[in-house]
Design a protein around this ligand. Structure first.
Ligand code: IPT
Length: 953
């Protein structure tokens, strides 16, 4: 005898995309047909399995009085019912497609609604779900109208015949797991629920069903051709272009083209017998020609980012303001492209990309990454039974989004291996829409694609690809190259962006890339501030790998975004001596007429003069030598001087106000004079203390005690940093993972042996041997103190003993100060910078509090170093560097920082710990890519560096 799952729930494990839904079509808001949002508070009941409860709740009259309430759109696991699960590529259930676990959290959603009084009694109606994870079954007024899968895709049902003026009962049963889950193995939280809008649309007789706006641009003639194909005949009008044409009829007129830099949209109307539909038309032509991706005849360089939909409180249920904020932040940080990793976003996001100007790679809701664990055996994309589901997903994306000018590339999905299903999707898409290009990364032969795309490829290989030396299939060799993911922005980093950009700009074949990723998917959490994988007791999880964005979860830009903005700025300044600056317009389409330029002149970091800089309205790609004014005469003697030039918006734009800084450059004039201290004071030994100039030292150990009365504790050599995610690296990285080796060597538990305290006429010298237990490696370290009576100079000399197999994390000194709060410095700022992340570090005088120096990485780790610091003042002390140094100050020790798992673990102590570093190891991108390039390694070798301490004014 055998028992079976009741047939009523068979649809969950069925490979078919669903039943009952209408064919996919364009997503639009009608000008005149009524619609009713069904978003809001719904009744909700959660069951542990798909069949715990029967479907009686769908019947009119059912009493759901004792149910909970839930916000729609929303995810129930973020509203107190069950918990979120985070896995990168592992399926959080046994892999046995298309079967799913018996434990299948199932949310019954119920909403009773009346039609508005003015809802027309004629015509039909459509019920639209914009996104439900992962499988839903729907009843209206007790009638089962169908079920569907495809979480981030719209599904519509014809419901006109079922509607009543009042008391309509909409019942939706949502299952967390379904056959569809096998196609949705994206690296993100598993978040079940009705997470996008639910809308009832009136469909008047003679209304528009589906339509396709085809608006191309001929860059030779300057004319655009518009043709709107519509299932229902009608007329198309565009008043600004004097267009009044029948649907299906092409019209060619002079137009201004749409580009991401110049997003010109023409308002039009599609009128059928029953409805008017507003159109926002952008004329542009996307093509692959001569091996390059061209828009309107010109190759484009993608300066992109991968965007998942994320809000720290509502997950993937985003409101319009949040979507707009994303686009504004992207534009303000010089991004020009977005890959909608790894599913089509809420359609309103694409409308914002049309309006504000971003190139979009629209990616299908498809990833089967977990099959890599079984060498891709049983991969649904290579199994014909799944092909209808794949084609359904492709069609739902293309039909929904086909009228967005910003969408220039369709992507088949992400990390789904290879297979016939992908080819079938590509063939369908090409047949339906030949006006865009195709992307898929997972197939090295590029069988189905128009571009060779890779992820996390190291710099050297990208350069070889740029030179065309990478081999591959004949087809691949003829294609342009993009990095659909690079620069893994997990924690501190990514490093090496400027080096990538240099390579992209050197070879035509390289058409840019998309940094991984836009925002940390941290979940707002009372316990931790922001939670990540494992914080909800998941049996399988991938920790903070879900926090790898250029924005913190609360959308504050991280230093990575500031760095990226600088690296990709569309206007470049190069200093040519001190009298001229070379300005290059690196836009692909726009001239420089929208920008104002200014110069300023700094002496020791303080601006002493500034003014406008006349720059011609250079065409894209053009450069000009621009004369700088006479430098100011009243420069203090011996001051370090420099020019700073900036490009600002000359007027308000749709995405930033006038004076928003788009690009800048700095050029040194007079070099810095290094601090010098005459060694005139002699150390004076006392019973317990030695006095030297303004300082006292412990007579036995030679340890510094005070400078000018300011207590200084624990000053000594420091080589350890709280390893970053990029130091620790990802397990699959082939290269040495420095963070692991550092810890294995014991660099976090190093001993300082005191060998000698020597007093001479002009110095106090302390000799030590700095080494970890169990190792024969050491850094012989000498601290030499001298003074002119008021200033105190420390020279640290370090020589490595033994064979150091890896670079050092950092090399410098650390010490503790009490009562330090405000910090002033002359050096790089305002934010942090490390050897391969300091392009955006602006040389200037800065001020901050110690707290504001901290970068709030969701998982605490090394952060906050200011680069190229000449001098810094805090806690009553001033320190000058010979040479410049890296400056860090925090209210906890490196050991505390290293031990912390969340920001809430960091508890300020009484002491401010200061690190003055001669060197820092680079950051790189090894949390999912290559480590720092060799030129950013802090190799162990003999080193000497000095600091001059004095009492701050
Ligand atoms: C790559 C994925 O495409 C992306 O979704 C994300 O997981 C990213 O890595 C890492 O954060 S896949 C990786 C194994 C190269």
């Amino acid at each position: 005898m055998s028992f079976r799952t009741p047939t009523a729930v068979d649809y969950i494990e069925n490979v078919s995309p669903g039943s009952g839904a209408l064919p996919p079509r364009a997503w639009y808001a009608s000008s005149d047909a009524k619609c009713l949002s069904l978003n809001g508070s719904w009744s909700f009941r959660l069951s542990p399995t798909a069949d715990t409860e029967d479907d009686a709740f769908a019947e009119p009259g059912y009493d759901a009085g004792d149910w909970d309430r839930i916000a729609v759109p929303g995810h129930w696991v973020l509203q107190g019912h069950g918990s979120p699960i985070y896995t990168n590529h592992l399926y959080p259930f046994p892999v046995d497609p298309p079967r799913v676990p018996t434990e299948n959290p199932t949310g019954d959603h119920l909403r009773v609604f009346d039609l508005p009084h003015d809802w027309p009694s004629d015509g039909g109606a459509v019920l639209r779900f914009d996104g439900v994870e992962s499988c839903a079954r729907v009843w209206l007024n007790g009638t089962d109208i169908g079920e569907f899968k495809g979480s981030r895709l719209p599904h519509e049902f014809a419901v006109g015949h079922l509607l009543k003026p009042a008391g309509n009962v909409l019942a939706v049963r949502v299952h967390q797991w379904s056959a569809g889950s096998y196609l949705e193995d994206q690296d993100q939280w598993w978040l079940p629920g009705i997470f996008r809008d639910v809308t009832l649309l009136h469909r008047p007789a003679g209304c528009v069903a589906d339509f396709f706006v085809r608006a191309s641009y001929d860059h030779v003639t300057g004319k655009g051709t518009l043709r709107v194909d519509s299932d229902v005949e009608g007329r198309v009008t565009v008043s600004a272009l004097d267009i009044d044409a029948a649907t299906g009829e092409p019209v060619t007129v002079p137009v201004r083209p749409w580009t991401a830099e110049t997003p010109v949209l023409y308002d039009g109307v599609l009128t059928t017998e029953g409805e008017r539909v507003p159109l926002r038309i952008g004329f542009r032509t996307v093509e692959l020609s001569d091996g390059l991706i061209r828009v309107n005849g010109r190759p484009v360089l993608f300066k992109g980012v991968n965007r998942h939909e994320w809000h720290p409180e509502t997950g993937r249920a985003l409101d319009l303001e949040t979507m707009r904020e994303d686009v504004l932040l992207m534009k303000r940080h010089n991004l020009n492209a977005v890959r909608t990793s790894h599913y089509p976003p809420h359609p309103a996001f694409l409308a914002l990309c049309d309006e504000l100007g971003l190139w979009v790679i629209d990616e299908c809701d498809l990833e089967t990454h977990g099959f890599t664990e079984q060498a891709w055996r049983d991969n649904p994309v290579d199994d014909d039974r799944w092909t209808p589901a794949l084609l359904d997903r492709a069609a739902r994306m293309v039909e929904r989004d086909k009228n967005h000018p910003s969408v220039v590339v369709w992507s088949l999905g992400n990390e789904a291996g290879t297979g016939r299903g992908l080819t079938a999707m590509a063939e369908w898409i090409r047949a339906r829409d030949s006006s865009r290009l195709l992307h898929y990364e997972g197939d090295l032969t590029c069988r189905d694609t128009d571009m060779y795309s890779r992820m996390y490829t190291r710099h050297g290989e990208v350069e070889r690809i740029g030179r065309g030396l990478d081999g591959g299939t004949l087809k691949r060799r003829q294609l342009p190259f993009i990095l659909c993911e690079y620069g893994h922005a997990m924690g501190n980093g990514p490093g090496g962006l400027s080096d990538y950009q240099r390579i992209f700009e050197s070879y035509d074949r390289l058409q840019g890339g998309f940094v991984w990723e836009w925002i940390d998917h941290g979940i707002k959490d009372e316990r931790y501030g922001f939670a990540y994988g494992g914080d909800f007791g998941e049996e399988l999880h991938d920790g903070n790998f879900v926090c790898d964005g250029l924005l913190f979860p609360d959308r504050r830009p991280s230093p990575g975004l500031v760095e990226y903005k600088k690296v990709i700025e569309p206007i470049r300044f190069a200093g040519e001596g001190a009298t001229t600056v070379r300005v290059t317009n690196r836009h692909d389409f726009a001239d420089l007429s929208a920008f104002a330029f200014e110069w300023s002149y700094q002496a020791d970091g303080a601006t002493i003069a500034s003014g406008p800089l006349p720059v011609p309205a250079l065409a894209p790609g053009e450069s000009a030598e621009v004369k700088l004014p006479e430098p100011p005469a009243d420069v203090p003697d011996g001051a370090e001087t420099q020019w700073t030039v900036r490009a600002l918006l000359a007027a308000d734009t749709a995405w930033a106000p006038k004076d928003h800084v788009v690009a800048w450059g700095q050029f040194p004039v007079a070099a810095r004079q290094l601090p010098s201290v005459t060694q005139s004071a002699a150390p004076v030994p006392g019973e317990r203390l030695i006095t030297l100039g303004p300082a006292t030292f412990d007579a036995r150990t030679g340890a510094l005690r005070t400078i000018g009365g300011v207590a200084v504790t624990g000053l000594r050599l420091d080589v350890w940093r709280a390893t970053t995610d990029n130091d620790d690296g990802a397990p699959w990285q082939p290269d040495v993972r420095h963070g692991l080796v550092w810890r294995k060597l014991g660099l976090h538990r190093i001993h300082h042996r005191l060998d000698a305290v020597d007093l001479t006429d002009d110095a106090l010298t302390v000799r030590t041997r700095v080494a970890p237990a169990a190792r024969d490696l050491a850094l012989t370290t000498r601290y030499r103190w001298s003074s002119d009576g008021t200033r105190l100079r420390l020279t640290v000399s370090v020589s490595p003993e033994g064979d150091w197999p890896v670079p050092l994390p950092r090399l410098g000194i650390r010490f503790g100060l009490t009562e330090a709060d405000r910090v002033r410095w002359f050096g790089g700022g305002p934010g942090e910078g490390y050897p391969d992340t300091k392009s955006a570090s602006l040389l200037c005088r800065w001020e901050s509090t110690v707290d504001d120096l901290q970068t709030p990485y969701v998982r605490p780790q090394e952060n906050g170093a200011r680069a190229d610091v000449r001098w810094a003042e805090l806690g009553g002390l001033r320190v000058e560097g010979d040479p410049e140094f890296w400056f860090t100050a925090r209210r906890w020790t490196t050991e505390h920082l290293d031990a912390a798992a969340h920001r809430t673990d960091l508890v300020p102590g009484d002491t401010v710990w200061v690190n003055l570093d001669h060197g820092q190891h680079g950051i790189g991108s090894q949390s999912c890519g290559p480590g720092p390039l060799p030129q950013y390694h802090l190799n162990a070798g003999p080193a000497e560096f000095s600091f001059v301490f004095s009492v701050a004014d």
